[in-house]
Design a protein. Structure first.
Length: 654
């Protein structure tokens, strides 16, 4: 046995004692079986940790010594059962361990005593009477200090009497120190609370544009952050859009701010300046998406001039013409004149008369005369509304065309050019009607069919027709006409494109393709801008601004000046009215400042708006997650935690 103990001692001396044999070595040293330094019980029990933990119960006022003694006796009883040593010996060992640990770690011991004292007084402070007794509640700082002095003086004296065994000197000293500390505690707490609030305010200060406005205004902004949908709407409406355009809450802010003296010009003028550029913005967007406006009168004049320019070509075609045979047509018209009645009969008889040589009953064989007859029929059809008459005139014209194309070589090509120009004129007129509403409104599917049919060449024409392009010209001119004849262009245009639900929107897409959506978005945008300006600068929907108005009303209320029944309170009451008036003026100015800050934010545009929206969303997110620390503060904290070294990405490292 001795050889084994000596081997343990030699291994310890050489510093090669295995960890699993350490308990055996320590126990042998403790029992005096081998020579060596007796392990410290405080080390075996955690050293500094033990000092802190044992000091906590001891620091509890009045009952602390009894609690610590009870814990020590319980520990000694357990050790006695395990080691077989006498209880009294183990109790002395435990008490020595406590004293030794506290002596070796005085700072941790003090921290434990403070923790115990606070824990012991916390239940008292949590009750209403206890909070009053400790000076945590009360009407005045002086009154709370006096109450706390009495309470803490009594606690200190009682605690010292118990710990010192009734020593009068220690009892009196502790009572006086407790009273002094209690008297100063409310004031010190108020100072520390103010400092803590200031420090917390610095750490929680919002970043970005919100850092330039007052904290209550920033907090209000964080309570009404723009949603993801509202941010998307801002992007759709473009750089001139404001929070007041997409958020009812921020529109209320703008209106409430505009109603405050001194702020109206800044808010209203920003919206009026934006309205002044509405026509220019809308015109540019419509030109980009739908094409530039062409005057329909000038376009029709060009088409009419082009038709008239075909006259020489008709003359050249007639030079090589043969005699025409109109006998089949004359016979057909004579038969119809016998059976028809009314306007249709009269129209047939008139055309039949055109076929004769003037003043004679013989048919005219001249191709020129037959060409003039066709032009006369065109004149009759242009002014005719009776469908029966139109049908008979159309049939007669078709037979005349057939005979002219047989007898006059080349006239079919000239007719094709004339017909194309005429169809384009009809398309121009039709385009100006496609957005009409009411019973005569064309359906989107019918318009699509017309566009498809209008693009097909007719007769001898080669290549696609220009009818769809002229329909676009007519519709674009109609949109411009609506804008130019209304004081409120965007609203009138929105009524136009929403004339029959979604019909007109679909018809615009049929006419102009996908780019029509850009035009529709531009119209919606300016309509929204106009509505915002009207609601902020006037209107009667006061409920919209009620939330912001309540916020400003609370900000404009001066703080209550407390008074008390002491002599100090009597003096304070004498100054109350003057102070209340001064604070009231300051509070009103503060409300005006909040209104100006948030009002300007509600009508911010462009890059300023985007930065503001990002700052509001970030601040609201941090508040919601309980992480109200700015990015700058977080970076400084990271630097401190990393021993003063900034992260590589901040220092420009690889």
């Amino acid at each position: 046995m001795a050889t084994k103990l000596e081997a343990l001692q030699e291994l310890e001396r050489r510093g090669k004692l295995p960890d699993d044999m350490r308990p055996l070595y320590d126990e042998a040293v403790k029992r005096g079986l081998i020579k060596g330094e007796k392990p410290k019980e405080s080390d075996l029990r955690g050293g500094g940790v033990g000092s802190f933990l044992t000091s906590i119960p001891e620091g509890i006022p009045i009952a602390g010594p009894a609690i610590l003694g009870g814990l020590q006796r319980a520990g000694a009883y357990g050790r006695s059962l395990m080691s077989g040593q006498p209880y009294e010996e183990e109790l002395k060992t435990v008490q020595g361990m406590t004293e030794e640990a506290q002596a070796e770690h005085p700072y941790l011991s003090t921290a434990g005593h403070v923790t115990g004292a606070m824990a012991g007084l916390a239940p008292l402070a949590a009750t209403g009477p206890g909070a009053v007794a400790m000076g945590l509640r009360g009407s005045s700082l002086l009154g709370r200090g006096a109450t706390a002095a009495g309470t803490m003086g009594a606690v200190g004296a009682t605690d010292a009497a118990i710990r010192s065994g009734g020593d009068p000197y220690e009892t009196a000293k502790a009572g006086l120190l407790g009273a002094a500390g209690g008297y100063l505690a409310p004031g010190a707490g108020q100072v520390l609370g103010t400092a803590a609030r200031a420090g917390y305010g610095y750490l929680t200060k919002p970043g970005g544009p919100l850092s330039a406005i007052s904290r209550p205004a920033a907090n209000y902004a964080a309570e009404v952050p723009p949603s993801a949908g509202q941010v998307a709407e801002l992007q759709r409406l473009g750089p001139h859009a404001t929070l007041a355009d997409v958020s009812p809450e921020w529109q209320g802010v703008a209106r409430g701010a505009a109603s405050r003296p001194g702020n109206r010009d800044a808010i209203v003028q920003a919206l009026l300046d934006r309205q002044q550029g509405a026509n220019q913005r809308l015109g540019q967007d419509l030109d980009t998406s739908l094409g530039a406006v062409r005057n329909p009168t000038q376009v029709e004049g060009y088409l009419q001039g082009s038709r008239e320019a075909l006259g020489p070509q008709y003359e050249r075609a007639l030079l090589g013409a043969r005699a025409v045979d109109t006998q089949p047509l004359a016979n057909a018209l004579d038969a119809l004149a016998v059976d028809l009645r009314g306007p249709a009969q009269q129209a047939v008889q008139r055309v039949r008369g055109y076929l004769n040589i003037p003043g004679q009953h013989a048919l005219d064989p001249s191709p020129r005369a037959l060409l003039n007859t066709r032009q006369a029929i065109d004149g009759l059809m242009a002014a005719e509304t009776n469908p029966q008459v139109v049908r008979q005139l159309t049939a007669a014209r078709q037979q005349i065309n057939t005979e002219l194309h047989r007898a006059v070589p080349g006239i079919a090509d000239v007719d094709a050019q004339f017909a194309e120009l005429s169809r384009q004129s009809e398309g121009l007129t039709r385009g100006g009607q496609v957005l009409d509403s009411g019973r005569t409104a064309i359906r989107p599917e019918d318009l699509a069919a017309e566009m498809q049919q209008g693009a097909l060449p007719q007769g001898a024409q080669v290549g696609p027709s220009g009818v769809p392009r002229q329909m676009q010209t007519g519709a674009r001119a109609e949109i411009d006409r609506i804008a130019g004849t209304n004081a409120n262009d965007a609203v009138a245009l929105q009524r136009l494109v929403k004339g029959e639900g979604d019909w007109n929107r679909d018809k615009l897409r049929t006419l102009f393709g996908p780019q029509a959506d850009d035009a529709l978005n531009a119209i919606d945008r300016e309509t929204i801008f106009n509505r915002t300006a009207n609601r902020v600068t006037g209107g009667s929907d006061t409920a919209m601004a009620s939330r912001f108005g309540n916020f400003l009303d609370r900000a404009a209320e001066p703080p209550r000046i407390p008074t008390e029944t002491t002599m100090f309170g009597a003096t304070a009451r004498g100054l109350q009215r003057g102070m209340q008036k001064m604070l009231g003026t300051n509070a009103e100015a503060r409300a005006g400042r909040f209104a100006g800050e948030l009002g300007r934010a509600s009508v911010a545009t462009g890059a300023d708006r985007d930065a503001l929206v990002a700052a509001i969303q970030d601040y609201a997110r941090r508040r919601a997650l309980g992480q109200p620390v700015s990015d700058a503060t977080a970076r400084w904290a990271q630097q401190l935690l990393s021993g003063g070294q900034m992260p590589l990405e901040r220092r420009g490292g690889p």
